[in-house]
Design a protein around this ligand. Sequence first.
Ligand code: ADP
Length: 440
Amino acid sequence: MNQNWHGTLIRHMLLLVTGCLLVGLISGYYGWSLAIGLGLYLGWTLKQLLRLHDWLRQHKPDEAPPDGYGLWGEVFDSIYHLQRRDQRVRGRLQAVIDRVQESTAALKDAVIMLDSDGNLEWWNRAAETLLGLKTPQDSGQPVTNLVRHPRFKEYFEQDNYEEALEIPSPTNDRVRIQLYLTRYGNNEHLMLVRDVTRIHQLEQMRKDFVANVSHELRTPLTVICGYLETLLDNVEEVNPRWSRALQQMQQQGSRMQTLLNDLLLLAKLEATDYPSDNHPVAVQSLLQTIKNDAQALSGERGQHITLEADPTVLLKGSEGELRSAFSNLVFNAVKYTQDKGTIRIRWWADQQGAHLSVQDSGIGIDSKHLPRLTERFYRVDSSRNSNTGGTGLGLAIVKHVLLRHRARLEISSVLGHGSTFTCHFAPPQVSRSEAIAVKD
Ligand code: ADP
């Protein structure tokens, strides 16, 4: 069909003109016969154009094009073939889409596609069960209107989706779901939701077990420590051979008490997502008391402890929890810094939020330990721990308190040169007060 239509068209026109001239020669009206011939040709061409137009507008999917002559026939056929090819490609694409939709519909995990504004575009069947989405009413609705947990809104609006979010399902409080968000394409979001109720229950059992054991051990331990104290108070009546043993028993007893208290505090922190309080805490005066306690702990060791704190920067949260976290960091600095070393505590705010940093010139930590430092009972050097009397739970408590106060912990350290622990609090946690007097 690769005919040269330019040449054919020119030949047809030449034939038409020659025919018209011949008629003109016979009739003697050249001009009229040329005009009538070209007019007829134009009329025929317009008629073909109209047929094409009608066919394009009204034809049924598989209806063949009308018969055409010459170039018009070729145009009809080409359009028809183009349409058929397009239909075949669309059919193939539809089949792929159907298969993808079928397979995602069969998934137990929910898959939800959101546009760049966070409105629902598409979801599978599991999303209806796990999130309670309704087809088709919820299409185009903002996802934050349908999943109303405050943590989800926060998670969705932040930029960093590296970690998954775990919340109760909006349809059933007893079902625990884990959400993963990723961006794709033109800033659209893909959300995957998993039912993690079973893992959550196991985790809960573990937490309850630790909390219950700690609680149950507390009373007998208090009795034992109480008797030990009484015995030591009357040490002169005790056989001298036992005196050292009693002292060691008391030391270990109080170590166990600290450990149980830390375990119970951790269990309490894990029980809820948010701090019990959300009042502005005057961090500067809190740090001042911690600094005084640290000075007392440092005692004769001659460490130089400084505090630079902006008194106008307040932090919304629980004073008790913040005290535990901050004092753990400061007391660690005292424990792991040699005599006459320096410890610098700073509290300030900027556009990124508020920050607390505890910098020491102590023994430092090898970089390989840094990622695991906030794990429970993780020890850089276990022999070091028994010297300092640490429980190995201090930084785990810090991590949990910070999580509950929308903050993160940054640790930098050089072995032999000291460490810096910095807590970064998000701007919504920070409030300002101009009326607080500076006291240091
Ligand atoms: P611990 O009760 O043993 O201090 P933590 O959870 O508070 O437990 O700290 C975990 C480990 O991190 C400690 O055993 C210690 O080795 C290390 N560490 C914490 N703070 C410091 C610091 N300021 N300098 C050096 N090492 C530190």
